[in-house]
Design a protein. Structure first.
Length: 135
């Protein structure tokens, strides 16, 4: 199932790669999809920083998309394992602890960070494409 979702993500990013931003977003999406599909996710995670830095440097357009991308990058640098997040949530977060425990049991912080960054890229690419399309 994850391969089908990842193929759909790549199809979206590679549908049109005419601008520099679209090409960098497609390269970033390719690395992220490869990392998600590979079984040794944490070992290869530093590979994502090359397209991440290039994309962030060349980012144009809406500043909120860029902030979401940066927030994902900051979250990506948090190295807590799901068990640590669950323990912290149960002892410190009070009423929102059940939600955080469910989220931490479903995926790692790094996976959520990559999803946030891909989402920001997808929104930015969509805005670029709709702005470039004549009405």
């Amino acid at each position: 199932a994850s391969v089908i979702v990842c193929a759909g993500v790549l199809a979206y990013f590679y549908r049109r790669i005419e601008t520099q931003h679209e090409r960098l977003a497609a390269a970033f999406a390719t690395v992220v999809v490869a990392l998600v599909v590979l079984p040794s996710f944490r070992l290869y995670l530093p590979i994502v920083f090359v397209p991440l830095v290039a994309l962030l440097y060349a980012w144009e357009g809406n500043i909120l998309d860029r902030y979401a991308f940066v927030a994902g990058g900051v979250l990506l640098s948090v190295t807590y394992r799901p068990g640590d997040v669950i323990e912290f949530a149960e002892t410190s977060l009070g009423p929102i602890a059940p939600v955080v425990v469910q989220l931490a049991g479903f995926a790692s912080l790094q996976l959520y960070a990559l999803a946030l960054m891909l989402g920001a890229c997808a929104i930015a690419v969509h805005r670029d494409r709709t702005a470039a399309t004549p009405a």
